[in-house]
Design a protein around this ligand. Sequence first.
Ligand SMILES: Cc1cc2nc3c(=O)[nH]c(=O)nc-3n(C[C@H](O)[C@H](O)[C@H](O)COP(=O)(O)OP(=O)(O)OC[C@H]3O[C@@H](n4cnc5c(N)ncnc54)[C@H](O)[C@@H]3O)c2cc1C
Length: 444
Amino acid sequence: MSSALETLHRDFGGDIIEPGAAQYASVRSSVLVPGSPAYVLRPKDVPDVQAAVRFAAAAGLPLSVRGGGHAFAGFGTNDDGIVIDLGNLATVELTGGHRVRIGGGATWGQVAAVLAPHGLAISSGDTKSVGVGGLTLSGGIGWKVRKYGLALDSVLEAEVVTAAGDVVRAKAGEHPDLFWAIRGGGGNFGIVTAFEFAAHPTTDVFYGRITFPASEVTAVLHGWADHLRTAPEELTSIASFANPFAGGPDAPVEIHVVFDGDDAALAARAIDPIRGLGTVLDDDVALTPYEDTLVDGVTPPPGIRLVTRSAFVDGASVPDVLRILAEVGAAPGSPFIALRSVGGAVARVPADATAYAHRRAELMFATTVAGPAPVVAAVGPALEGIWHRLTPHVSGAYANFLASATDDDVAAVYPAGTRQRLAAVKRRYDPGNLFTGNHNIRPL
Ligand SMILES: Cc1cc2nc3c(=O)[nH]c(=O)nc-3n(C[C@H](O)[C@H](O)[C@H](O)COP(=O)(O)OP(=O)(O)OC[C@H]3O[C@@H](n4cnc5c(N)ncnc54)[C@H](O)[C@@H]3O)c2cc1C
């Protein structure tokens, strides 16, 4: 250990932050989960990342890699281990045409700020502070997902530091197995120090929220899903309800929309059928710079836990799932429920082209419970009951909306065929399973 530390001090030019240091309090935890790591390493360039990875391998301590630090499962920190925090690798640069090189520790807010003046965007997520790394490596369901697909569908290549500390380039003609695996397989295969994305031109977009009374939830949800099935792919939408901070079972049903375009007539044609689904309480849809559709992330107060669980729904099961979720949302103590439409461009990519395994789903939804640990524990049995009802009608899980990482979770994220193929890639690039702070693919 002491020689590993000596080598680190010799080869590493970034910050080495240990308990007791002034900066420690601000870097020890991830956004949603507290931690007490023994070392937080903040590399300033790729050779630093290589040195940090070699130190972690030699030290034999648990390793967490932190991008934007937003994983619900708290993958970006640990107790008594090593955190490699990529926050200083956040450069965003246009490299020609619509190609954008993005550091592995950048956030989507940083990306949008650079791309907006050029009239460009990458379909990513809905929150500025979420990291490009975590969101992209496991999917990326953003405000233009039906038109441009997942965030990972726009990745052209990636620069990766493997478990051995080597730098490799992963793209279609170079390390194609790794390129396949990092598009859906999470942080299992190495540290992505830079992504190259294809951005797309964007205008201002129609963005906002249309709300309906809770009593109309059944009709609104079914009508919403039916409309999204045939709506133009410029329309992407999230339906949410039972928000405990807005009245729980009495909270309005919120339909959030983005119409990707600035033609008011086309936008109205796509959005008006949603307005006709019930009694509109509020409608603030307006032409908005795409950059402004991303909201600031909120860090929960200390002691508040968030338990998020997700699944996918295929077309035939949509009515059953919506019926159950509407009933759940109408009962006191319901989790917050949010559904995202994920058809369109996502479904057009061949199923085996990337390691993201849920391309045929029509909807992805998540339930979220938030509160102090005893409160969250108390609702645990009821939540299990809800998911027990849903299980026959849903499949898989979206890794980015999961607060746990059990074997069952990993099996839900990666169906058997995908998992076997990922394990073969893992054996090649991380045979000792150094990168475990994720929905872990074991090499064997
Ligand atoms: C407020 C909020 C809003 C969200 N909105 C959306 C949304 O609209 N759409 C959506 O799809 N998801 C969304 N998510 C989920 C989000 O995609 C996940 O939480 C994701 O894991 C966050 O990535 P991160 O880099 O911020 O997190 P981190 O915790 O830093 O990383 C998550 C995982 O990725 C790994 N990782 C991160 N960067 C790298 C890298 N450069 N190289 C290798 N491994 C890396 C980490 O080791 C870890 O395993 C949201 C989450 C929150 C909390």
